[in-house]
Design a protein around this ligand. Structure first.
Ligand code: ATP
Ligand code: MG
Length: 390
């Protein structure tokens, strides 16, 4: 094997006391995301090294989605003999265009007879002899990194940007209310990025919502799972509650009450299943149920923190993120969600709590909520391809 992947840790290096926990969590996540690849991991306080027996490009693509990684570097390996190092450098630099460079040597093997500074000089001189260029230690176009280790010498120039953020799971578990829309998958991605291990809660109302709508949500969850390796979808049968709402609630309050029911179910489920927070894709002012007045009345049914990662983003900013993370194309497929069926013409934008309580008193919603929670279906393995069922 003449290549090795070197992982540079992200923001976690600032958290000195928790460093070990962070690194172990990152290793666990890498193993989970690369579970189909044949790899070996070695780690120390500042780096992780991955030997890959699988296709290196596909491993790197997957690693680019692991939060907690600052940089990914594919190193070329040779033996520690100085002539071998020179030959390898010649081979690597032939493919590069540069006018200025700098050598950055490191001796992890402290017994190696040539010190880092001396090695910088030897290799620097060699590069100057063979290429038309000059040394610039302050602002070089190309940095040639050489790392001498017991098992061999690793050489690299380019660093691929990692996903940043914290290792997923470092903050514990959160429950994402995932619809088939554009916003909630982005909210899930942002929560994962801050280290929250998410599961998804999806409300379905068959036969008013289709099986395609459900598959669309599963597909979105499977995309989020590329950033986690640990996502499950909990599907809530919401039909009866929704039908009761339509029977008992004045048109303009239907959406408000429906969302209060969703929040009640999500909140109870979080408490019984050890999710610390609820997460959703609400964005201030986007629709009637997301005005501040609506949010207050809807939020009133739970005392759990409700995190809204896209609350202050414009739709265009959310769309850009959705495109970047790979959910947009799926989100815009046309299948209807339970929030979009029977949409009232004039949903209230400044609902009053007393009116909500009045409408809710007209049917035994708690019994329906208990029943819905009891019948939640958990889906924890995704198809690799949903195209034939969407
Ligand atoms: P999205 O926000 O996902 O694009 P949307 O814009 O249609 O969907 P709303 O219907 O107003 O948004 O819902 C706001 C948030 O409520 C969603 O972002 C999502 O977190 C949650 N939500 C809505 N419908 C559902 C559902 N059927 N299952 C789970 N969560 C839902
Ligand atoms: Mg939305």
């Amino acid at each position: 094997m003449d290549k090795l992947i070197l992982i540079k840790y992200g923001e976690l290096t600032t958290k000195k006391a928790n460093r070990k926990i962070f690194i172990n969590m990152l290793e666990k996540n890498i193993k989970s995301i690369l579970k189909d690849e044949k790899i070996e991991i070695q780690k120390d306080r500042v780096r992780m090294y991955i030997k890959s027996y699988s296709d290196i490009d596909s491993v790197v693509l997957k690693l680019q989605k692991v939060f907690g990684i600052h940089g990914i570097v594919v190193c070329e390996k040779t033996d520690n003999n100085i002539e071998s190092i020179k030959n390898k450098i010649l081979e690597i630099l032939k493919t590069k265009k540069f006018n200025t460079f700098k050598i950055n040597s490191k001796r992890a093997d402290k017994k190696y007879p040539i010190h880092s500074m001396e090695l910088n000089n030897i290799i620097g001189g060699f590069v100057l002899q063979n290429f038309n260029c000059t040394v610039d230690v302050h602002n070089p176009q190309l940095i040639i990194n050489i790392e001498i280790r017991l098992e061999g010498t690793f050489i690299y120039c380019n660093e691929i940007k990692g996903a940043g953020g914290y290792p997923v799971g470092i903050q514990g578990k959160g429950l994402l209310m995932l619809s088939g829309g554009i916003d909630s998958p982005v909210a899930g991605y942002l929560a994962l990025k801050r280290g929250v291990d998410i599961d998804c809660l999806y409300f379905e109302s068959p036969p008013h919502t289709s099986v395609e709508a459900k598959n669309k949500v599963l597909k979105l969850a499977s995309i989020l799972n590329e950033y986690s390796g640990n996502v499950r979808v909990h599907v809530v049968p919401f039909t009866k509650i929704q039908e009761e709402i339509y029977k008992n609630v004045r048109d303009s309050y239907i959406i408000t009450i429906m969302r209060r029911m969703m929040y009640r179910i999500a909140s109870e489920y979080c408490k019984s299943h050890n999710f610390k927070i609820m997460i959703n894709g609400e964005s201030i002012g986007q629709v009637a149920s997301q005005t501040l007045d609506s949010m207050i009345v809807i939020n009133n049914v739970t005392n759990l923190p409700v995190i809204r990662p896209v609350a202050c983003l414009d739709k265009l900013e959310i769309i850009n993120l959705a495109t970047k993370i790979g959910t947009y194309e799926t989100s815009i497929l046309p299948y209807e969600d339970c929030c979009t069926i029977f949409l009232p013409k004039h949903p209230v934008i400044n609902p009053v709590l007393d009116k909500c309580l009045f409408y809710e008193n007209s049917f035994d919603y708690q019994k329906l909520i208990d029943e819905a929670i009891k019948n939640i279906e958990i889906i924890d393995n995704f198809k690799s391809d949903y195209s034939d069922i969407l």
